[in-house]
Write a protein that binds this ligand. Structure first.
Ligand code: PLP
Length: 454
């Protein structure tokens, strides 16, 4: 169905409901002149052209793509009403939908029911909430995460006044478990953050072993699956390595999990989620707001979240999307499978290329590679990568990539490392999070090869 038709139908149904409350006059202060609106709209859409084409498969840069039409229609319909999911009486319908999608997300990870959880406005907010609960359960203890964990973990630990312990990553970019075990033996770690899909290279930490080690030491595990969490839907598929599948399945044994529907869940920004395996952590959320709750003594989402106002439309959009593309292998899993196949295909092309080399084996759908035709040292590779990145965007047949700084020891020509005149090397990175890219990687590869050739 056409997006314009879908949105039109959605708004029309909301207007019908509004009509049931009787006519009233809009206040003159909000009236607008039609010509003036048209002029401003022209200017506005003109300015919006100053964007990269996130929707197009030739955009293989950052984690960006437009929401699914179902999410847009669902969002627009609820936005016309503008419910606030802070409290049940701020938006009863979308608050109920939020509880339903939270249940679906925790079932996706096979967390023991009942769990406690809610949507948030982002992965960062979802993570800070999990870290805050971690601090309250183990006050005075530190939080450990890998060198490849999202940068906001150290920032949020600073906000919360929590000591941090950085665990080195191994050569592939996953948390080094023997280094973690050494940190756990010191005895001052209260919680370990494991990443399911690092933001840089999309690597899945050895969650299975991390959970086992943490259980020995009575340490909690928080899984940051903001990017890769949805890949658990491919848990039995041949497209992921047995190791990755095992580590994604191990999320079921975590104490808390974060996943971002606004990344791989086809949603517009403003939709993260945090889930807790033990619902009794709800006791940490003290609240004494005098005016928000009055129609129900059921659970209020505002009572179990750090944020106050939150778009009910975000929950509505996710609910509508998941009704159409459910959290199954055949539903949303099809989208992820296509992204993963795109990464496998590009990886094969990179491995055969004389001009480009892959940095490592990707676990999910982010490929990293570098120009290996002439450059032999870290600084030469960095310069050549930066040049491809910039030249790619120029001209009338552009390709959009991103760059990533990685430890130089990860960058190898075949089996031998490049000359390490710098500890960090800039490489190229492509996030293949659009299923359309499955049929576009040859084009992407040829385009980048041409840029690498000079
Ligand atoms: C994107 C990301 C975050 C931050 O989430 P936002 O929604 O951007 O705030 C945290 N962790 C990981 C692994 C991510 O990829």
């Amino acid at each position: 169905m056409d997006l314009e038709v879908l949105i039109g139908n959605a708004i029309r149904e909301v207007r019908k409901w509004e009509g049931g409350f009787g006519p009233y006059d809009r206040h003159a202060s909000t009236h607008l002149d039609t010509d003036q609106v048209a002029g401003v709209l022209d200017e506005y859409t003109g300015r919006l052209r100053n964007n990269y084409p996130f929707f197009h498969p030739r955009y293989a840069g950052q984690m960006l793509k437009p929401p699914h039409p179902a999410a847009i229609a669902g969002y627009v319909a609820a936005m016309c009403i503008n419910p606030n999911n802070h409290a049940l009486d701020g938006g009863p319908a979308t608050a109920e939908m939020e509880l339903e999608v939270i249940r679906a997300l925790s079932d996706m990870f096979a967390l023991r029911q009942p769990t406690l959880g809610h949507l948030t406005s982002s992965g960062t907010i979802a993570n800070i909430e999990a870290l805050w609960v971690a601090r309250n359960i183990h006050p005075g203890k530190s939080i450990a995460f890998s060198a490849d964990a999202h940068y906001t973990h150290s920032r949020m630990c600073e906000v919360l006044g929590i000591a941090t312990r950085k665990v080195p990553s191994d050569e592939s970019g996953r948390m080094d478990v023997s280094a973690l075990r050494r940190a756990l033996r010191d005895g001052n770690v209260g919680t370990v953050v494991a990443t399911a899909g690092t933001t840089g290279q999309g690597m899945v930490d050895p969650i299975d072993e991390i959970v086992a080690a943490c259980q020995e030491y009575g340490v909690r595990v928080h899984v940051d699956g903001a990017y890769g969490g949805f890949y658990v839907l491919l848990g039995t598929s041949e497209f992921l390595s047995a190791e990755t599948r095992r580590n994604l399945r191990a999320i079921s044994r975590a104490d808390s999990v974060v996943v971002d529907p606004h990344k791989h869940g086809l949603q517009p920004y403003g939709c993260g989620a945090v889930l807790f395996a033990d619902p009794s952590v709800g006791r940490f959320y003290k609240h004494d707001s005098p005016y928000t709750y009055f129609t129900s003594d059921k659970l209020h989402l505002g009572e179990i979240s750090l944020e106050c106002s939150r778009a009910g439309a975000a929950a509505g959009a996710l609910w509508m999307t998941l009704r159409l593309l459910p959290l199954t292998r055949e539903g949303l899993g099809e989208v992820l499978a296509a992204c993963r196949r795109a990464a496998i295909k590009w990886q094969e092309l990179l491995a055969e290329s004389k001009l480009l080399s892959p940095v490592g084996e990707p676990d999910l759908d982010i490929v990293t590679y570098f120009p290996s035709g002439g450059a032999a040292s870290a600084s030469e590779v960095s310069k050549a990568s930066q040049s491809i990145f910039e030249r790619g965007m120029a001209g009338d047949d552009p390709v959009f990539l991103s760059t990533l700084r990685v430890p130089t020891r990860r960058v190898r020509f075949g089996k031998s490392p490049i000359r390490r005149d710098k500890t960090q090397t800039v490489v190229l990175r492509s996030v293949l999070m659009k299923p359309e890219q499955e049929h576009y990687v040859e084009w992407l590869h040829q385009k980048v090869e041409k840029l690498a050739a000079g």
